[in-house]
Design a protein around this ligand. Structure first.
Ligand code: GDP
Ligand code: MG
Length: 295
């Protein structure tokens, strides 16, 4: 008989540890103004996955003028999840968009620096507060053509620093066929410009990862629609956009792919996004910084 180490006991310990420390997960939304980033922040927080309704005020969203973080602590089965979404002002409005990525990359690197400063203390905190951005959701305007030079430049820089999931913003302005055609053109552009978005092929750990992640890679960029108001559909209140010609339900996969984005971020890949942030992106930052200070 094979020896048993009582793996259940080890799993229980891991679970107890996770329950004590909880999860900190940080998302950032990026893209030109007017593409629905702030609306998406509310859509995420109001989504059906959280069983209790969250207190998000139903006032019209003002234009976002500076980096702004919203945090909610969600508790499920004794496990605490601290979800922070950082909203960013739109870029690309100016005639000169030179270096418009700097404030955003600056913020991302500042969070790595904060973590590094805590980590190199002789007496380190038992638990270092984690404000590092685990995933950036990048909003591509629904032009139906291809990626713009500005998006390409921004994405190239971003992907070297942080996990990035691109989405087709305001996808309700495209037909289903247009969405598919736009998606495959964006996928081609990403490939030809060596933009390695999440989930990166090179980090698939085994066959199962490869199978699951390949399916996700085929669907990225997700064609999303955001809404922060609820409407009555078949006797149920659902998050939706009401138009003259019908109702677009954001949590209905027949209408848009917001549920795929939400599930990737909050359900299936949260731990993996955190691991890649820590083991790859933060590690790259750490090596560069420590090399600098030894010169
Ligand atoms: P931001 O500048 O990227 O933060 O964009 P906002 O979230 O402030 O949204 C700008 C406008 O677009 C608002 O009037 C929103 O109601 C609207 N909007 C947001 N998401 C969508 C969407 O998915 N589809 C459509 N048609 N409009 C949207
Ligand atoms: Mg905004």
């Amino acid at each position: 008989m094979p020896a048993s180490v009582g793996i259940e006991a080890v799993l229980d310990q891991l679970k107890i540890k996770a329950m004590k420390t909880g999860f900190e997960f940080n998302i950032m939304v990026i893209g030109q103004s007017g593409l629905g980033k702030s609306t998406m922040v509310n859509t995420l927080f109001k989504s059906e996955v959280w069983k209790s309704p969250l207190p998000v005020p139903a006032v019209p969203i003002p234009q976002t003028l500076q980096l702004h973080s919203v945090t909610h602590v969600i508790e499920e089965k004794g496990l605490k999840l601290k979800l922070t979404v950082t909203d960013t002002p739109g870029f690309g409005d100016q005639i000169n968009n030179d270096k418009c990525w700097e404030p955003i990359l600056g913020y991302i690197n500042e969070q790595y620096e904060r973590y590094l400063q805590e980590e190199i203390l002789i007496t380190r905190q038992h638990h270092i507060p984690d404000t590092r951005v685990h995933c950036c959701v990048y909003f591509v305007p629904p032009t139906g053509h291809c990626l713009r030079p500005l998006d390409i430049e921004f994405l190239q820089r971003l992907c070297r620093t942080v996990n990035v999931v691109p989405v087709i913003a305001r996808a309700d302005s495209l037909t289903i066929e247009e969405r598919e055609a736009f998606r495959s053109r964006i996928q081609k552009d990403l490939k030809s410009h060596c933009i390695d978005v999440y989930p990166q092929k090179r980090f698939d750990e085994d066959v199962n990862d490869r199978i699951l992640n390949s399916k996700i890679r085929e669907r990225i960029p997700f064609a999303v629609v955001g809404a922060d108001q609820e409407h009555l559909v078949n006797g149920r209140c659902v998050l939706a956009r009401k138009t003259k010609w019908g109702i677009i339900e954001v949590e209905n996969t027949a209408h848009c792919e917001f549920p795929l984005l939400r599930d990737l971020l909050i359900r299936s890949h949260m731990q993996d996004l955190k691991d890649i942030t820590h083991n790859i992106h933060y590690e790259n930052y750490r090596v560069v910084r420590l090399n600098e200070s030894h010169q």
